[in-house]
Design a protein around this ligand. Structure first.
Ligand code: HH2
Length: 269
């Protein structure tokens, strides 16, 4: 079974929708819309991680995300908190978050793993290098897939040692985080090697710049590339798809999944 995770960026500076949902009422309305469109997980973030983004202090991040989490708990969707700060994750858990999404792969706040274990939360461990200010400065790997896989295996072992059951861990190769266009493509082409680690895999390609570079499209015109990469990731075994444009991706994945299975049964009468 696959799941679509809708993105709620409560930020002024996110790369594709910065400022659109900084007002908590706009963010909440957006979250409701994404659930109506078929998202079963909402990923709420108060700090942009786009290349070159400036860090945000804890109080600002809390002020942005907590009221939005509280309201979106009513949607019935699973709430994910997109943060690298354990203190923000802890407060989010109190407001109903059950998935901790850490783009630093527990490098910034290793205590995030013990926190997930203590509260029975799921944990998404993503690969990245450096931090958002520097990550796109000439990233290099011996073999990008082998290197990302080794990082994720080591971080998974750490999380399990801290008490998080492997079934509650999601692994993410971190598309666009310290990666060239070719690195992103190689990770997507060989995504089955990340799936082979044995955890569910989350993939986030939505509107990212490599799609724009390949197709020659501006940031709000990258839905075609987003769908192509998500469908191919599904075929290679990914389970969770983090996207801005929920409705078309839900449709694309439903048709792709039915095609891969060679059968379809209606869920409603
Ligand atoms: N990508 C972004 C943010 N969080 N989390 C995971 N697990 N995987 C991703 O690929 C990922 C992520 C960047 O996208 P967005 O949230 O739209 O932009 P910004 O970081 O500028 O807010």
């Amino acid at each position: 079974m696959h799941a679509v995770m809708g993105i709620v960026n409560v930020t002024p500076d996110s790369f594709s929708d910065g400022g659109a949902f900084l007002d908590p009422r706009a963010a909440v309305a957006h979250g409701y819309r994404l659930v109506a469109e078929g998202a079963t997980i909402l990923d709420i973030g108060g700090e942009s991680t786009r290349p070159g983004a400036q860090p945000v202090d804890e109080q600002t991040e809390l002020r942005r995300v907590l009221p939005v989490l509280e309201e979106l708990a009513q949607t019935g969707a699973q709430l994910s908190i997109d943060t690298s700060k354990a203190s923000v994750a802890r407060a989010a858990i109190d407001r109903g978050a059950t998935l901790l999404n850490d783009v630093t792969g527990l490098r910034r706040s290793p205590e995030m793993a013990a926190l997930a274990a203590e509260h029975g939360c799921e944990l998404c461990i993503m690969h990245s290098i450096g931090d958002p200010r520097t990550m796109q400065d000439d990233p290099r790997y011996d073999d990008v897939v082998d290197d990302v896989r080794a990082f994720l295996e080591e971080r998974l072992a750490f999380a399990v040692e801290q008490g998080v059951p492997q079934e509650r861990v999601l692994l993410d190769p971190g598309i666009g985080f310290g990666k060239t266009v070719d690195h992103n493509l190689e990770l997507l082409r060989r995504l089955d090697e990340i799936v082979a680690i044995g955890c569910r895999v989350l993939i986030g390609t939505s509107r990212k710049s490599f799609l724009g570079r390949i197709a020659g499209r501006d940031v709000l015109d990258r839905l075609g590339g987003t769908i192509a990469t998500n469908v191919l990731a599904l075929e290679r075994g990914a389970s969770v798809f983090r996207v801005h444009d929920v409705a078309p991706v839900v449709d694309a994945l439903a048709v792709a999944a039915a095609t891969l299975a060679g059968r379809w049964r209606p869920t409603t009468t």
